[in-house]
Design a protein around this ligand. Structure first.
Ligand code: NAP
Length: 291
């Protein structure tokens, strides 16, 4: 009989159909007590288990993040694993970097970057007291190999990478492991259809409209890894006694491993070529302005 106390995990961004939902299932299967958060508890109704605790929390709110961590401390007294999974590529807007307003850009950074520091601020001192814990941050391959037309999201994930690396150093004195996961393409709800996508009327990129829409829909490609498979691979590593500091995983990940050997200027030229050439079936398509 195992008399050790159960492991406790917090996972953010756990709505059904996404990677966070699958992370919870994998942790439950390993006997964890799992605290799952999303903006709406109803969006997690498919997560049913005696060890499953669902809380509503917006990762852009200091108060909500802090009260979730306090609730875990009050109920369990400790947290072993935190997965900063919540994130978003769009906020009603996407596309060329210069088409964003400052408010649209801040909102993406708030959900993707500030949220990680917000959660770390709440959990690291608690983990440090026990001299144990693991924090997993969901970055993205686009934080390393950015593409045109998604510059705000891509740069936010680049910031996640650097923040994870710095946190991993600063957490060393306290035996807290920090893992950066860089997914390439995973099947989830992250990218929907963009049939109603419009460029702002003042955009200088109307000639690239089909390429922009192609980029927005790229994660729906056929070789995207099922989120269940992805979650199993990540969880099996991060719950081990020696988690890796970095994981690159998902559709096309081999291509990205090869790109690491090429000069950076070549990589950027290749990527620009991929997302800027007219595609045969869309050559005649008009570039609608945003109405
Ligand atoms: N799928 C991919 O190919 C891929 C590739 C690279 C990186 N990633 C990263 O992987 C992570 C999981 O994404 P996914 O593919 O599973 O996408 P998803 O299905 O859209 O899930 C994202 C989750 O984040 C939550 N979220 C967004 N903004 C939030 C906020 N302000 N507060 C609380 N929760 C919030 C969403 O909740 P709501 O339901 O409330 O919106 C949802 O539960 C993200 O960080 C994403 O950037 C995914």
């Amino acid at each position: 009989m195992d008399l050790r106390p159960p492991k406790v995990a917090l996972v953010t961004g756990c709505s059904e159909g996404g990677v966070g939902f699958s992370f919870c299932q994998k942790l439950l299967a390993r006997g964890y007590i799992v605290y799952a958060t999303a903006r709406s508890v109803d969006s997690m109704r498919g997560l049913q288990h005696a060890n499953m605790k669902k809380l509503s929390s917006d990762v852009t709110s200091d108060e909500q993040v802090s009260s979730v961590v306090q609730a875990i401390m009050d109920a369990e007294g400790y947290v072993d694993l935190v997965i900063n999974n919540a994130g978003k590529p769009f906020n009603g807007h996407a596309g060329p970097t210069t088409d964003y307003t400052s408010e649209e850009m801040k909102s993406i950074y708030d959900a993707n970057v500030f949220s990680i520091q917000r959660v770390a601020r709440a959990v690291v001192p608690r983990m440090a007291k026990r001299k144990q814990g693991t924090i997993v941050n969901m970055g993205s391959i686009v934080g390393e190999y950015p593409t045109p037309w998604m510059g705000v999201y891509d740069s936010s994930k680049g910031a996640v990478r650097i923040m994870s690396e710095v946190l991993s150093m600063e957490c060393r004195p306290f035996n807290i492991k920090v893992v950066l996961v860089a997914p390439s393409s995973i099947q989830s709800k992250i990218v929907g259809k963009h049939d109603d996508y419009r460029l702002p009327p003042e955009s200088i990129y109307t000639g690239f409209f089909p390429n922009i829409r192609q980029r927005l829909e790229a994660a729906r490609e056929d070789d995207a890894m099922p989120s269940d498979v992805f979650a199993e691979r990540v969880i099996s590593k991060v719950v081990s006694s020696n988690p890796p500091s970095y994981m690159l995983l998902g559709g096309k990940s081999t291509m990205f491993r090869i790109m690491a050997f090429l000069p950076r200027s070549w990589v950027l030229s290749i990527v620009w070529g991929m997302f800027s050439k007219p595609r045969a079936k869309e050559k005649g398509e008009l570039a609608p302005g945003r109405t």
